[in-house]
Write a protein that binds this ligand. Structure first.
Ligand SMILES: C[S@@+](CC[C@H](N)C(=O)[O-])C[C@H]1O[C@@H](n2cnc3c(N)ncnc32)[C@H](O)[C@@H]1O
Length: 381
């Protein structure tokens, strides 16, 4: 659960301190890209000028999402602004190129040639025009400018992990390739879906990813495990009862906190049907009760939050490990189930085996792991 609910001045004060801290640890060869939406970005630029220096300002990048969307009262808001500052004149900058699609959308491959500058077609062939006997080349790739047309992550995309603010890998790839070299450290202090760490890893950079949200940490962790990245989860600030579960990517024995979920396993057409019949989280219940109680005393009341009988809507993600062989959690990707903006988790799964561990993560990122053998033993009682 992530909400942007700051007042502007509080937010800017808060951001100011973080930017100063980031500057302290930023290498002289490094750069910072600040990505905020249209509510606050232009105010934050004033802070950036002060902290990083106007002389180190490199670009105001317009990221145009290239998606549909209309507004009948104004022009549709279809871009974000990213402020790019270098730490110093020694900052790494690798020129980026992109295909000039508008110019070369359909082109016969036999007409494409290549030289040291890249692929090209002949605009004027050699020896066909006296004024330019060597001909004129038209290169397929152009230098990237400060307006970037990169689509948002579409619902069917392989990279999609259903983290609400998830940014496309292509966006981070351009930033990371432009402003770092292999083995440099790339940090994202508001990492969300973990896209920066995942792309940094793919591009052979080292990475640091921080987030206040336990779901963001779990999502990032799962993404990095899938990408076979080597990493540690070093510290989690909040101290709640399930901390050890999210902190520890290894697990040796199953959690004793299985009371939080009531699960059944039944034979089903030569396979097994595993159903989460009920889910309960004392921590979430207490948070929701306290919200409802506060809300009841307000003059303008919002509708109370009511937890359903089965509590399934409190679950953010479900994973299965059917390997049971290692100490590292290995998620069976075919069985992974996550909420998306419209639908809850499925809560029913068909498995070829009744020997598995199931991991349930709730909407604030707390996790429980339950062994099928414990479920079966419990059902036999
Ligand atoms: C806009 S999202 C990040 C988007 C990210 N690039 C992605 O692809 O998902 C901002 C993130 O900042 C995190 N966040 C908010 N306040 C924070 C804080 N004080 N410290 C660290 N992370 C914070 C939120 O949990 C959220 O995941």
């Amino acid at each position: 659960m992530y909400a942007d609910n700051w007042q502007k001045h509080d937010y800017l004060n808060w951001l100011y301190k973080r930017l100063i801290a980031i500057k302290e640890i930023l290498s002289e060869k490094g750069s910072i890209y600040l990505h905020l939406d249209w509510h606050i970005g232009h105010y934050a630029k004033i802070l950036m000028d002060e902290i990083f220096g106007e002389e180190n300002f490199a670009n105001e990048i317009i990221w145009n999402y290239v998606s549909g969307g209309i507004s009948k009262t104004c022009f549709a808001k279809k871009h974000d602004t990213i402020y790019f500052y270098k730490k110093s004149s020694n900052a790494v900058f690798n020129i980026q190129k992109e295909r000039n699609i508008k110019k070369f959308s359909k082109i016969n491959p036999s007409k494409i040639f290549e030289d040291e500058k890249g692929q090209f077609i002949w605009y004027i062939r050699p020896n066909t025009n006296n004024k330019v006997p060597n001909g004129v080349k038209s290169y397929l790739d152009k230098y990237v400018q400060d307006v970037w047309e990169i689509p948002i992550v579409n619902p069917q995309a392989k990279e999609r992990i259903n983290y609400s603010t998830q940014k496309p890998e292509a966006l981070l790839q351009r930033i990371i390739e432009a402003s770092s070299n292999e083995n440099m450290i790339v940090a994202d202090f508001f990492s969300g879906s973990g896209v920066t760490a995942a792309v940094a890893h793919k591009l052979n950079r080292k990475f640091i990813a921080c987030d206040i949200g336990r779901n963001a940490i779990a999502a990032t962790r799962d993404r990095l495990v899938k990408n076979n990245a080597d990493f540690d989860i070093l510290k989690i600030q909040s101290k709640t009862e399930n901390e050890h579960i999210i902190k520890n990517n290894n697990f040796n024995n199953c959690s004793k906190e299985k009371d939080n979920a009531f699960i059944t396993i039944k034979p089903y057409k030569n396979q097994f049907l595993c159903t989460i019949e009920k889910y309960a989280s004392p921590y979430l219940k207490q948070k929701i009760d306290s919200y409802n109680n506060k809300n009841a005393t307000r003059k303008i009341k919002k509708p109370p939050i009511i937890i359903s009988d089965n509590g399934i809507e409190l679950i953010e993600a479900v994973q299965f490990d059917t390997t049971l062989s290692k100490n590292i959690w290995t998620s069976n990707l075919d069985l992974e189930d996550r909420t998306n903006s419209k639908e809850q988790i499925k809560a029913s799964y068909i498995l070829a085996t009744d020997k598995f561990n199931i991991k349930i993560r709730n909407i604030v990122g707390n996790e429980i792991i339950i062994c099928s053998k414990d479920i079966i033993a419990h059902m036999k009682k």
